[in-house]
Design a protein around this ligand. Structure first.
Ligand code: AMP
Length: 455
């Protein structure tokens, strides 16, 4: 995140949070509050209604979680309701709370979302939670079943309000609000400001304080590229990029659920650690996939837009928009999965000639800062492969003598890359010269051929 404008507040001490919470914040390792935290936390603590427009990855979750924990009362009442559009986001906010909740043993918090068994949720509700984080649909089911009562809600947070709107949740949200009986504080977070958002805010909020941090919603930590491709070779082009780009974690966005599965299994066949993530995948599997991605068991997600909202996973440093997003908003959210916290991220958008209009739109949005990148050509690929082999040799070679099996493997690998046998020998020899430098006289070209023949 851009921790660059601190308005003279360069620590958490002056925001009005209590000492216990401050200690936890510093224990967790946060040093300076982000812009949204500086603006939002003091107003939130005073009980003001808040309409906040902030870019993805700006630290907004903490900007409501911290004042909620500061102001919560230790009793058995349900005091706080947080609404979020997707299951993944609900779980993410829940996990964020968990970071802090271990210091607040008396506070009970549960998540409610579609796809999770009702029995688990009924049991959790029996524990009399103080805070519920929910998707609107499943929460309404509980309200209709009278298994949740919102009478005592004092704080309502609506996260990703623009997405709620987009997914047609707004009537559900209004119906939910009708169930809150007492005067309450409302905080609404949205990544984009629109007429509809202002209308909703006016309808459900009481004279809200507006916090508009990054009107243009531009995250400068993301270096954006577009690449013109021929759709016939799209998959091959993707694989060329996978070879030439350096990434820790990558999300590839595609249009359809079916294709996310197809592409991911193709990548797996090619040896990549990849999983598909789409709305058809059942909830527990989705959670497992995100867990695997977060913990490095896989490093590529092939996702539909369901994954583009709010997901905060460390070290996603590359986003490939394999299929173009359906609008600018979706583009911003997709690329917003990288360049989070202080990290630099990169995004590549695959385009065909028919997509020029979209390119113009995003270029206007990002002040012509989207640069052209070209499909990696044969020479670039060759270079990358050379370097990989060289690295392998340097890592594995015992400098005193040649390891026969290793050599055979190496030749096999090289044979897969090149068809011309003479070329293979020359390349191998050149690589060995590079690795062996002055010691090379110990090996002759004849030896090389001998080893090749053993293969
Ligand atoms: P969010 O925009 O809420 O999804 O947060 C993005 C990331 O920033 C999360 O990983 C947070 O843990 C992290 N974060 C939030 N506030 C701070 C802070 N003050 N200092 C460092 N990291 C933070």
């Amino acid at each position: 995140m851009n921790l660059n404008s601190f308005n003279n507040i360069n620590n958490f001490d002056n925001l009005g949070l209590n000492k216990r919470l401050l200690k936890i914040i510093y224990d967790i390792g946060y040093k300076v509050p982000t812009d949204i935290q500086i603006k939002c936390i003091p107003l939130f603590l005073k009980g003001k209604d808040i309409l906040s427009i902030a870019k993805t990855g700006s630290g907004k979750t903490a900007s409501f979680v911290l004042p909620i924990l500061n102001n919560i009362e230790f009793n058995n009442n349900l005091q706080v309701l947080i609404l979020s559009p997707t299951r993944e986001l609900v779980i993410q906010i829940f996990n964020f709370f968990k970071l802090f909740i271990k210091y607040f043993k008396k506070i009970k918090i549960i998540s409610i979302y579609g796809g999770q068994s009702y029995n688990i949720q009924f049991n959790n509700l029996k524990k009399k939670p103080n805070i519920i984080i929910a998707t609107p649909g499943r929460l309404l089911d509980h309200l209709n079943k009278k298994t949740i009562c919102l009478y005592n809600i004092k704080i309502l947070v609506i996260d990703e309000a623009d997405e709620m709107l987009h997914m047609g949740f707004i009537n559900d949200v209004k119906n939910i609000i009708k169930n809150i009986k007492i005067k309450h504080q409302t905080a609404l977070f949205s990544a984009t400001m629109s007429l509809d958002i202002t209308k909703i805010a006016r309808n459900i909020m009481n004279n809200p304080e507006e916090i508009i941090l990054n009107k243009d919603n531009i995250n400068l930590n993301i270096i954006q590229y577009f690449c013109f491709i021929n759709s016939k070779f799209k998959t091959n082009i993707l694989i060329n990029f996978l070879e030439t780009e350096i990434f820790n974690r990558l999300i590839i966005f595609v249009k359809t659920k079916d294709f996310s599965l197809k592409l991911s299994s193709l990548l797996e066949k090619k040896g990549y650690l990849s999983s598909a993530l789409n709305g058809n995948i059942n909830q527990s599997l989705r959670e497992k996939i995100i867990y695997n991605f977060r913990n490095g068991f896989i490093n590529i997600l092939v996702a539909t837009d369901i994954a583009s909202r709010g997901l905060d996973i460390d070290n996603v440093n590359l986003i490939i928009n394999y299929d173009i997003p359906y609008n600018i908003c979706s583009y911003i959210h997709r690329i917003g999965r990288t360049g989070r916290a202080d990290n630099i991220g990169k995004s590549i958008l695959f385009l065909e000639n028919k997509d020029l209009r979209f390119l113009r739109l995003i270029n206007r949005k990002f002040n012509n800062n989207i640069k052209r990148i070209y499909v990696p050509d044969f020479n670039t690929l060759l270079n990358v492969r050379f370097n990989k082999i060289l690295h392998l040799i340097k890592k594995n070679f015992n400098k005193n003598y040649l390891l026969l099996n290793f050599y055979k493997n190496l030749l096999n690998k090289i044979t897969n890359f090149f068809n011309d046998k003479k070329e293979i020998q020359d390349i191998t020899l050149s690589l060995l010269i590079l690795v062996y430098e002055n010691n090379f006289s110990k090996i002759s070209y004849k030896d090389l051929l001998k080893f090749k023949n053993i293969k």
